[in-house]
Design a binder for this molecule. Structure first.
Ligand code: DGP
Length: 114
């Protein structure tokens, strides 16, 4: 989508610090990091929200999760731990309308989240 910032990053039109990309996904550092490591993993295909997926999307959903796990290990977080987050809608705190998985690590996380 032309007016989607994450589509722009996936297509190389908008700069980002990309840490991994493949045919279906892109992982890049969050512009406003909430932890020492804060990376977003997105599908290249525009999907507005996780709420717009169903069982026919298990391939892409599995891909973004698997990439998040791989990137976490590459960032050295697999022993210390990390958090994966998907926000949906206003109450979920979603601000960008392109499905993304947050990978947060490098500090202890608290629960419940704010
Ligand atoms: P959420 O609130 O779950 O929709 O998270 C959106 C995240 O996207 C937020 O942590 C900030 C990040 N973000 C927004 N715009 C940009 C951008 O242009 N570049 C990068 N790298 N991150 C962005």
């Amino acid at each position: 989508m032309a007016d989607c910032v994450f589509c722009g990053i996936a297509e190389g039109r908008i700069p980002a610090t990309t840490v991994r990309q493949d045919r279906d996904t892109v992982a890049f550092r969050d512009l406003n990091p909430q932890a020492p490591t804060h990376i977003l993993v997105i599908p290249r295909r525009h999907i507005a929200s996780v709420a717009d997926t169903d069982r026919s999307d298990t391939g892409v959903l599995g891909a973004v999760l698997a990439v998040a796990v791989e990137v976490a290990a590459a960032e050295g977080l697999d022993q210390s731990g990390y958090r994966l987050v998907i926000n949906h809608g206003a109450d979920g705190g979603q601000s960008v309308g392109h499905l993304h998985v947050h990978l947060l690590g490098g500090r202890p996380m608290t629960w419940p989240p704010g």
